[in-house]
Design a protein around this ligand. Structure first.
Ligand SMILES: Nc1ncnc2c1ncn2[C@@H]1O[C@H](COP(=O)(O)OP(=O)(O)O)[C@@H](O)[C@H]1O
Ligand SMILES: CCCC(=O)OP(=O)(O)O
Length: 358
């Protein structure tokens, strides 16, 4: 039987994760973490392309992984036109939208670009799976309160879907029959209300509403934000960076690394504890909002992402939202595997890849 070797690339706001799979089996994985000082010196995400490509290729070389042995490269999907869940072949329209940051700036925009270039160098195809713009919102969730602004679905779709399906499988139920609240705790934070297999509500995890995260402000008091914007002290680009990249934990504590914050708390730093607790508090409020969207019919709350490794943090969240539904914790994420499986389904002809129209 033919077997396939797939390189998966997941550029996140605080890291680049890579793995190589032989069919469903992971044979190599590495997480390359990026300090806020390294990342924030780049004005645009696309400028990080060379830096991230170099560290990927050098990690592969160090581990004796030969590009010529690969059958496909699958990258995390970035900010594209809102699309349905699935595996998409990387095409010119997609690359252009990402290079121009037509739908916004986020590290995931690099997934398709890196996958395409590496795949091209060996004459193979590149794909993305469940990009951050997977859109299954109920129409009511699109209404913002101002007819000039529509609420958008921007989330860790790949991992949210992967852990939701993993939970359903573990309890022998169908994802499509469950109501779940999935909370991804990464460099960005997304809290999604999954109603019978569709993410019907999510606070835009990038630059919208919702809780603050290690590197983002989440929703801010709008009046004060307007004053800041028109104070004459900051350019539009500086304000944007303040909200995404230099917001959240970075703004209060100077780091996007929750593990550093935990160390400070353990050494008795009360201010760090207050800020870290505030993040748990805001996330819990958002979980409460999703419970209202699901009319209280919540089968399970799932906590996932890097910060879900921290027991102090998950205990705070449990204390606040444990009354809503039982809580399952899947620390880290299944994104690399989800990317590999999405690519594999296409290589094995079990599924046709979708075309990105733009
Ligand atoms: N063991 C851990 N304990 C606490 N926080 C962690 C741990 N591992 C990773 N994190 C934190 O999780 C965040 C990144 O999460 P991750 O899901 O890897 O995000 P991203 O894909 O956005 O880079 C960082 O703040 C990182 O410090
Ligand atoms: C853009 C939504 C996904 C997101 O925030 O990812 P990271 O946590 O990897 O930045």
């Amino acid at each position: 039987m033919t077997s396939y070797k797939i390189l998966t690339i997941n550029p996140g706001s605080t890291s680049t994760k890579i793995a190589v799979f032989e069919d469903e089996n992971q044979i190599f994985e590495e997480t390359l973490r990026h300090d806020v000082d390294v990342i924030s010196k780049y004005n645009f995400i696309v400028d990080q392309y060379g830096f991230r490509k170099e560290i990927i290729l050098s990690a592969l070389e160090k581990n004796n992984i030969k590009l010529e042995d690969l059958d496909a490269v699958v990258g995390r999907g970035g900010l594209l036109k809102p699309i349905e869940s699935g595996t998409y072949e990387v095409n010119e329209t997609m690359l252009n939208d990402l290079k121009q940051a037509k739908y916004g700036e986020h590290a995931s925009n690099l997934g398709a670009l890196l996958a395409y270039e590496i795949a091209k160098s060996i004459g193979k195809k590149a794909y993305i799976v469940d990009p951050v713009v997977v859109d299954e919102l109920d129409d009511v969730a699109r209404i913002s309160g101002l007819n000039l602004i529509e609420r958008r679905s921007v989330l860790h779709a790949l991992n949210q879907k992967a852990v939701a399906r993993r939970f359903a499988k573990e309890i022998n139920k169908k994802y499509d029959n469950l109501n779940l609240i999935v909370t991804h705790l990464g460099g960005g934070v997304s809290v999604g209300a999954h109603k019978k297999g569709r993410v019907v509500e999510v606070a835009n995890a990038l630059d919208g509403d919702g809780p603050f995260s290690p590197e983002r402000t989440g929703g801010l008091p709008v009046g004060d934000l307007i004053t800041l914007c028109f104070s004459g002290k900051y350019t539009k680009e500086e304000i944007k960076k303040m909200l995404v990249g230099k917001g959240g934990l970075v703004s209060y504590l100077g780091t996007n690394d929750a593990r550093e914050v935990v160390k400070k708390i353990e050494s008795g730093d009360k201010y760090s504890e207050l800020v870290f607790y505030a993040m748990a508090y805001q996330i819990s409020k958002e979980i409460g909002a999703c419970a209202a969207v699901l009319k209280g019919e919540v089968d399970q709350i799932i906590l996932t992402g890097g910060i879900a490794y921290n027991e102090t943090f998950t205990t705070w969240v449990k204390e606040m939202v444990g009354f809503i539904a039982p809580i399952t914790i899947y620390p880290g994420e299944d994104e690399l595997k989800a990317l590999a499986l999405g690519g594999l389904r296409v290589l094995k002809d079990e599924e046709k890849s979708k075309e990105y129209i733009g």
